[in-house]
Design a protein around this ligand. Structure first.
Ligand code: HEC
Ligand code: HEC
Ligand code: HEC
Ligand code: HEC
Length: 410
């Protein structure tokens, strides 16, 4: 099923212009591919002759087929499909394994003794094959992980009874959860769970939850629209304002903290605030930082401070709403082509690739085990769930073959 065709006596730049043009004709290109004429050796595999491709098949037979298949369709976990992969990319990766820039024991062993010509040929051969299609694979993708905000909302369903819808409390004594930095909320939940912050009821309410739940819940509340607690305050806010000068260095002038270690106090329920100050002062809530500021505040000052902070406008913490998979894919596709069908022969196609392999390499970029400046910047921002969902998303996309160009022989 070798669709390769001959390319004769053509300059590199003319050919690359053609490859580019075909990408556009295929209707895929949102982003023009800029390939500099004379870009050189890296592109050799993209304009291989039929003879070279046939030579490449022999190399594949003896050195690669037992892992990647002679048809370039892998049946082994973590071993990528190569059929239809972009030729310049394959060649560059083979060189990366050969130089040790990309680390993998099986691959380093496989390419160690191959000549540069053999690398060009085998790259051209695999690129010339029909790519694997999602339908041909076992549907081993499982359910997509829900996005963290939706997961957080679900996990927080039972919290609304006390903390209010969206974390805005209506019950005196119950703290607002909205308007807090998610790091603070996570730390507070962990402190209840470990018993470091003593509150039997909160401890048992959080008992069954794990780290991921805490992160999701905190993110969910951090993204809700901040509003003041809908509860009364009994103190004197004007008097509280004067006393709050001692607190502003850590909690912000108007109770909006800029530091995730220090909770925001703006809009917080007044009764809860006063109770917290008392608890720090009498040691029932242990905290080395708050012990000092709370000591010596009498009941009246505590209520005034609480009234002042409760009256302030809470602000959203600085958190980015995570991208949906569609929003991510739009960004990935700028380099990897529409639905992961790259039209730049140097950039890998992702469409139809094995889901396990895609997940594995995205992790490798994140940890830095596989190095690429372009991908490091991208993958740093991906959450665990994004990685799994993007791997599943691209594995599901219909793969388009790389187009070798048929040229009239003059
Ligand atoms: C012993 C099994 C084995 C053999 C033999 C082998 N490979 Fe691989 N190959 C792998 C594995 C495993 C990976 C994934 C490694 C990684 O994550 O870096 C891989 C990755 C690759 C990649 C990177 C693909 C991508 O999408 O980035 C290319 C290209 C490749 N192999 C080509 C070849 C060629 C060409 C040969 C023959 C010369 C060959 N391999 C022989 C196991 C093998
Ligand atoms: C039955 C009422 C009730 C329910 C239900 C409840 N909480 Fe609470 N929560 C409280 C009370 C009361 C406090 C204050 C405890 C204290 O004084 O430390 C609190 C405190 C907190 C705090 C600390 C706030 C701060 O500013 O430090 C967090 C975080 C929290 N709860 C999260 C949750 C989450 C998440 C859920 C749902 C899984 C939940 N709570 C369910 C009553 C409740
Ligand atoms: C040196 C920094 C610092 C100063 C000054 C400070 N705080 Fe705090 N405050 C913190 C930190 C850190 C916490 C979180 C402690 C914990 O985890 O229990 C906190 C927690 C609180 C809480 C609990 C909030 C909640 O959501 O549970 C209240 C109320 C509070 N501070 C009030 C005050 C008041 C009133 C003052 C001034 C009299 C003050 N703080 C001064 C650092 C400070
Ligand atoms: C700025 C261009 C650019 C963007 C945007 C980009 N990539 Fe990449 N990607 C690359 C390059 C270049 C490589 C090859 C790097 C290498 O040699 O390791 C690559 C490699 C990969 C690989 C490895 C393919 C293989 O066969 O081994 C995966 C998977 C991948 N990218 C996924 C993504 C995903 C998912 C996104 C979006 C979150 C994304 N990329 C966004 C440029 C980009």
């Amino acid at each position: 099923m070798n669709r390769s065709t001959q390319i004769r006596s053509l300059s590199v730049s003319a050919l690359l212009a053609l490859v580019t043009a075909i990408g556009h004709v295929a209707g895929a290109a949102a982003q023009p591919v800029t390939i500099k004429p004379g870009a050189g050796d890296d592109f050799r595999a993209a304009y291989a002759t039929a003879l070279e491709i046939a030579e490449g098949k022999r190399v594949a037979q003896s050195a690669c087929a037992r892992c990647h298949g002679l048809n370039g369709i892998s049946t082994t976990k973590d071993v990528p499909h190569l059929a239809g992969q972009r030729p310049a990319y394959v060649y560059l990766e083979l060189r990366a394994y050969q130089s040790g820039a990309r680390d993998d024991k099986s691959m380093i062993g496989a390419v160690r003794f191959l000549s540069d010509d053999a690398l060009v040929q085998v790259a051209a051969y695999y690129a010339s094959l029909e790519p694997a299609q999602p339908g041909a694979m076992k549907p081993a993708m499982g359910g997509a992980k829900p996005d963290p905000v939706a997961a957080g909302r679900a996990a927080a369903a039972g919290c609304a009874g006390c903390h209010g819808e969206g974390g805005v409390t209506k019950m005196p004594g119950m703290p607002n959860l909205v308007g807090q930095d998610p790091k603070y909320l996570v730390a507070a939940m962990k402190a209840y769970q470990s018993g470091q912050r003593k509150h039997d009821m909160m401890k048992s309410l959080l008992g069954a939850l794990g780290e991921a739940d805490f992160n999701n819940i905190a993110l969910y509340y951090a993204l809700q629209k901040p509003a003041r607690a809908q509860t009364p305050a009994s103190g004197n806010a004007a008097a509280g304002k004067a006393a709050a000068a001692a607190c502003s260095a850590c909690h912000g002038d108007l109770g909006v903290s800029g530091n995730s270690a220090n909770p925001s106090l703006a809009g917080q329920d007044a009764q809860y605030l006063a109770a917290a100050i008392r608890a720090y002062a009498d040691g029932s809530r242990k905290d080395d930082v708050m012990k000092g500021p709370a000591a010596g505040l009498d009941e009246r000052v505590a209520r005034d401070l609480a009234a002042f902070y409760a009256a302030q406008q809470p602000r959203p913490p600085k958190v980015r709403k995570p991208f949906t998979i569609a929003e991510w894919a739009e960004r990935c596709d700028r380099c990897h082509g529409v639905n992961g069908n790259s039209i730049d022969p140097r950039l890998p196609a992702l469409a139809g690739q094995r889901v396990d392999y895609l997940g594995k390499v995205l992790h490798a970029y994140r940890t830095g085990a596989r190095k690429s400046p372009a991908m490091a910047a991208m993958s740093e921002m991906l959450t665990e769930a994004d990685v799994e969902n993007l791997a599943a998303y691209y594995a599901r996309q219909r793969a388009r073959a790389f187009v070798y160009v048929m040229l009239p022989s003059k």
